[in-house]
Design a binder for this molecule. Structure first.
Ligand code: PLP
Length: 453
């Protein structure tokens, strides 16, 4: 306990110094932290920003070691390739799952040339371009994964000394983002790979799997561990004579304490199965590749309403708006008959009362609505003096680009808000800025740091 407290204190001081992280009391609400930051910024600031709580990553790491102490986490950089997450986890002795040469370079930049690439990085992509293999090899990385025969030939030619895991194809039907249609070898394919690896003298050292991102059923880990046990046993047979010593259980863990199943519940199921199938006495090195577990929380997006179109419906009556002469009679455009029950996105937008435009959108942080099935939670803070009660109106929130697909909420109840008011969104860390573009010249690039404890 004392060591842990010392470490957290050391990290706080380090990141206060390195990144200017402000110390914030744990009891302070996120709403009040956001408000304070907004008040401190110039009143005409209309640049979106993230507030990053660096202590979140340290706490997640400690929770991981508490509940799954046998398994070393290699943070999946893809889920949020921000150097501040890499730096905190590196200080805590975490490893990294890099899927490309650029992710490797990011770890190098964040941790320095002295970083132990050999033991703290896994090149966890089963399908690798030659040029990336060369860069991982040159950096001194030792471990990678394969799931097909061509990849073994590729390794023989370009990385013959690599320590290689076979990536299995687990059942991932209860995960929000399954991967098994794209990656993984079934048992029959594993046997072919074992045979070929023996022939090519490839150093197969174990198995990996990924049960799919945001796995909603912990029993999928149990099933995958059973699959791995079978391949470990088959690999030992005389025909193959491999002595597997590494098991990588991938990612898929939720990063929110309120999710069901919770992380401790999932950890309990995994520990129970490991004790039965891979007891500690066997001396297997256990590793994992959690992404969203670390990155989901910790980041809050703060946006501003930059424009609005209010009383939208008032202009949509069937009455002629302006009577012109007989040659040009202009009537309101919504004279077509409307289906009252139409819940299409277009109908929802057209029937909204107020429309807001904010400075981050679908091409930015909110791409996760499309790519990660993410549900964002919105809060608002009034910054202007415009008078408004709390009467709710059906509202639309658009992002900043010129595209109408750039819609964050098609029908949401909000009071009348003003230009300059703040909309903020908690827990936006995973698969958000990682996949954001700079389309139309809009991207949230500003990060403000806190250390909350
Ligand atoms: N490992 C691999 C090989 C992956 O493809 C992914 C996600 O795409 C991860 C780890 C991280 O998964 P998660 O964020 O669900 O933990």
């Amino acid at each position: 306990q004392r060591r842990r407290r010392f470490l957290v204190h050391h990290l706080r001081e380090l990141f206060e110094e390195k990144l200017g992280a402000k110390h914030v009391d744990y009891g302070q609400s996120t709403a009040s932290i956001v408000k304070k930051f907004c008040e401190e910024l110039p009143s005409d600031n209309d640049e979106p920003f993230y507030i990053v709580n660096l202590s979140h990553y340290a706490r997640q790491y400690q929770q991981w070691m508490h509940f799954l102490g046998r398994i070393r986490p290699f943070y999946a950089v893809k889920s949020n390739p921000s150097s501040f997450i890499i730096k905190v986890l590196a200080e805590l002795n975490g490893g990294f799952d890099c899927a490309s040469a650029e992710e490797l370079e990011l770890v190098r930049k964040s941790c320095g040339d002295d970083f132990d690439f050999a033991t703290r990085i896994i090149y966890a992509h089963p399908c690798k371009p030659f040029s990336h293999i060369q860069q991982f090899r040159k950096a001194g990385v030792q471990m990678t994964v394969v799931d097909n025969e061509d990849e073994l030939h590729k390794l023989k030619q370009h990385w013959p000394e690599a320590r290689v895991l076979i990536r299995l194809k687990p059942n991932d039907t209860h995960s929000m983002s399954p991967f098994s249609t794209k990656f993984g070898a079934n048992e029959r394919e594993c046997i072919t790979l074992l045979r070929l690896a023996r022939e090519l003298n490839i150093n197969l050292v174990g198995c990996s799997f990924h049960v799919g991102s945001r796995c909603l059923d912990p029993n999928l880990y149990t099933e995958a561990l059973k699959q791995a046990r079978r391949i470990f046993d088959i690999a030992q047979q005389d025909e193959f004579k491999f002595n597997f010593k590494v098991l990588d259980i991938g990612g898929g863990f939720s990063g929110h304490n309120w999710d069901k199943p919770s992380f401790p519940e999932v950890a309990k199921v995994i520990n129970h199965t490991l004790d039965k199938l891979f007891p500690e006495s066997e001396g297997i090195t256990m590793m994992s590749e959690p992404g969203r577990y670390f990155s989901s929380g910790g980041m809050t997006l703060v946006t501003r309403i930059t424009s609005r179109r209010i009383h939208n419906l008032a202009y949509k009556s069937n009455e002629p708006v302006v009577q012109l002469d007989r040659k040009m009679s202009l009537t309101a455009s919504s004279s077509e008959t409307k289906d009252e029950n139409d819940t299409s996105e277009r109908a929802l937008i057209e029937s909204a009362e107020n429309i807001y435009y904010i400075n981050d959108g679908i091409y930015g942080t909110f791409n996760a609505i499309i790519f990660d099935h993410k549900i964002f939670i919105v809060h608002y803070i009034r910054m202007s003096n415009e008078k408004s009660d709390n009467k709710q109106f059906k509202s639309v929130i658009f992002g900043p680009t010129c595209d109408s697909i750039d819609c964050i909420a098609h029908s949401i109840d909000l009071p009348l808000l003003s230009i300059g008011d703040v909309l903020w969104f908690p827990d936006v860390g995973s698969y958000t800025n990682a996949c954001a573009s700079n389309f139309n010249g809009f991207q949230t690039k500003k990060f403000l740091f806190i250390w909350r404890n």
